[in-house]
Ligand binder design. Structure first.
Ligand code: SME
Length: 160
């Protein structure tokens, strides 16, 4: 793995993701431990994109359970279909929420969260985990985040 993350600080969001994604691939290369890999991916995303909260919820039996993350403490368990994370699991798709107050059933782990994006990763066609990213700014996520973070999910799927 690389020893230090190179961050395109002066660049726009698209360029920061473009610099980050190949580094995520080398960060996880040769490491078989999922917790170690998800931990470094959460840290790399936080360092590069300065997200308010970024982390994983892992499917365990009939719930999502908090996994590696960066940011303030968070809810530990989410039921199927509940909140944005549970909805992403149920619907098996990325959900982008410009304003969390307008998402029915949004789970407020922090009152500072204003917008959110949640993306699933699949194993054998079933959701194995979701990536949750929260912002303290309204309408902070767009198609660049969706496309780039979906590339990260495809890297993660190779590790599951
Ligand atoms: N807001 C999420 C819960 C997880 S926290 O934001 C970290 C949801 O509605 O699923």
């Amino acid at each position: 793995m690389a020893e230090e993350l190179i961050i395109a600080t002066s660049a726009d969001k698209k360029e920061r993701y473009a610099t980050l994604i190949p580094q995520i691939e080398s960060l996880v290369e040769g490491e078989p431990d999922t917790v170690a890999n998800l931990s470094n991916i959460a840290a790399a995303l936080k360092q590069t994109m300065s997200f308010f909260w970024v982390g994983f919820y892992i499917v365990k039996n009939d719930q999502l359970v908090l996994g590696p993350f960066q940011g303030p403490i968070a809810c530990t368990r989410i039921n199927f279909g509940k909140g944005v994370c549970g909805a992403s699991w149920k619907e098996k798709k990325t959900i982008l929420v410009p304003n969390v107050d307008e998402f029915p059933g949004h789970i407020a782990c922090s009152s500072a969260s204003k917008s959110e994006i949640v993306l699933p990763a699949f194993r054998n066609g079933e959701v194995a985990l979701v990536l949750d990213v929260d912002s303290d700014v309204l309408n902070d996520f767009d198609e660049t985040d969706r496309e780039s973070l979906e590339k990260v999910m495809r890297i993660i799927e190779k590790l599951l």
